[in-house]
Design a protein around this ligand. Structure first.
Ligand SMILES: [Zn+2]
Ligand SMILES: [Zn+2]
Length: 227
């Protein structure tokens, strides 16, 4: 697909604001997720109270915010963003997250964040790809929301094998000792930015580490949550 600046990444129509990247018609037409648990982000009966799973065994993070399920059309854009090194997509995708955040800010239980980190790639993979997609998203969001961002706040110190083939327990073991926290955490309200959350094992491991070091609350913000 040829991309011309000033045209919507999805419908290729001219944009009212060139820097939006995705037109308002396409943004509104994104598939709305079903009611989801505000804590784990998975479908549940009520969108304002934690689901039964979270009441029994809450995740290490406190809330999750995402734009859509990992489905069309965002999954295709995310793949282009990640694997075709289309870094110009970052502000357009981050803006969709921003709209979601502005919506969440109006909710009574909104917790104003103090700072932001992104899920790191192992340096070998980052080097091969040339960029970290979560870092690009966090960069935009932190700038727009005037929130402190620690780009190297979480370091991946061990590569671990690819998570795709592993079950939940194996994923957890694979991630043990994979990260190190490198920024002041105690008492802070922290956001972890990722592009796609599937099983949540990576953000869970990071959230566990942050909580262990005294983080007050942790929000996970991502583009897509696999439902
Ligand atoms: Zn459009
Ligand atoms: Zn839940």
């Amino acid at each position: 697909m040829l991309t011309i600046p000033g045209l919507c990444w999805l419908c290729q129509m001219p944009l009212a604001c060139a820097h939006w990247g995705i037109c308002s018609r396409c943004s509104y037409a994104l598939p709305a997720p079903p009611p989801c648990c505000p804590r784990c982000g998975l479908p549940c009966a009520y969108r304002h109270s934690p689901c039964g799973r979270c009441l029994q065994e809450p995740p290490a993070w406190d809330s999750m915010l995402f734009v859509t399920d990992y489905c069309l059309p965002l999954n295709r854009l995310v793949q282009r963003f990640k694997f075709n090194a289309t870094v110009a997509l970052a502000p357009a995708l981050a803006r969709l997250m921003l709209l979601r955040v502005l919506d969440a800010k109006r909710q009574p239980l909104w917790q104003k964040p103090d700072c932001m980190v992104s899920v790191p790639l192992h340096s070998r993979r980052a080097w091969r790809r040339g960029f970290n997609q979560s870092d690009l998203l966090a960069n935009c969001l932190a700038r727009w929301l005037q929130c402190d961002y620690f780009p190297k706040g979480i370091r991946r110190i061990r590569a671990g094998q690819s998570q795709h083939q592993l079950n939940a327990r194996m994923r957890r073991n694979n991630l043990k000792g994979a990260f190190r926290v490198d920024f002041p955490v105690a008492g802070r309200h922290i956001i972890i930015v990722d592009d796609v959350v599937t099983t949540g094992s990576t953000v869970a491991e990071i959230a566990r580490l942050l909580k262990k070091q005294g983080a007050a609350t942790i929000q996970v913000w991502c583009l897509c949550r696999t439902l």
